[in-house]
Design a protein around this ligand. Structure first.
Ligand code: ZN
Length: 256
């Protein structure tokens, strides 16, 4: 690593060490290092498929079948993905009480797989399916297999209806208000806010780092490309997350 990067990482390690409350906010970048498609990039899942909006899902059986066809395709990569180095470092920082929470835009469940416990999923999770009528929840894997075997949306075993949707936020569907409220609380009360692998262009999620910075938190942006919020940040690193976070962790170890 070059000297400039190394001095930034030392600065970051020092801030993490003295911070009483650090929050991480993660986007697709942390999961592309696990081999998952970045959803918004060319060739990503959404670029290849038409969007099934929430209203269409609720009103049309054909819309629901198209939705499930797309989700079944995406599920295969989710099911085999493993946490990246970045996910694992964040989980260990939480264990050593140097990280209060992870707020994520991702729906892949990899933070939990890595061992993170306080995870706020702004866009829900693809690991579960929820009935839109009676709110029963089911693990997604078996239902995806049921869909692939039958080409029919698996009915809810509680209420018998078929408006069964992955527990993710669809286009045209509101973000979960309780999760957003908790994320806002973390953003307002943290001392260091790490924005990791997010292009920081999707609102309202991108409000969170701004909120944190306005309240006096040190905003640290680590992303392989520039973001619109770079000018607000106390520290900006354009690099791969895995190696950067691993190096920060070893600096913290050395300081202990
Ligand atoms: Zn139901």
């Amino acid at each position: 690593m070059n000297d400039d990067l190394e001095s930034k990482l030392k600065q970051l390690a020092a801030w993490l060490k003295e911070s009483r409350r650090t929050v991480a906010f993660t986007g697709a970048g942390i999961s592309t290092e696990s081999g998952l498609d970045a959803y918004r990039t060319p060739g990503g899942v959404w670029a290849r498929n038409r969007v099934v909006y929430f209203q269409e899902f609720m009103e049309s059986e054909a819309g629901r079948i198209e939705y499930w066809r797309q989700k079944a395709e995406a599920h295969a990569s989710f099911a085999t993905a493993r946490p990246s180095a970045g996910h694992l470092v964040l989980a260990r920082l939480e264990q050593r009480q140097q990280l209060a929470a992870v707020i994520t835009q991702n729906i892949d469940g990899l933070h939990q797989d890595a061992g993170s416990r306080e995870v706020l999923e702004l866009h829900g999770t693809a690991r579960y399916v929820a009935c839109m009528d009676c709110h029963a929840r089911y693990p997604a894997g078996p239902l995806v297999e049921q869909f692939l075997a039958s080409d029919k949306v698996p009915p809810c075993t509680e209420c018998g209806r078929d408006r069964m949707k992955h527990a993710t936020v669809s286009f045209g569907q509101a973000l979960p208000t309780d999760v957003v409220a908790k994320a806002v609380e973390y953003a307002k009360k943290c001392e260091v806010f790490l924005a990791l692998g997010s292009s920081l262009v999707v609102y309202p999620a991108a409000d969170l780092p701004q909120m944190a910075a306005r309240r006096g938190a040190k905003l640290v942006i680590i992303n392989d490309e520039p973001t619109p919020l770079d000018p607000l940040a106390a520290l900006v690193i354009h690099d791969k997350l895995g190696p950067v976070l691993s190096r920060v962790e070893s600096l913290l170890d050395a300081a202990d």
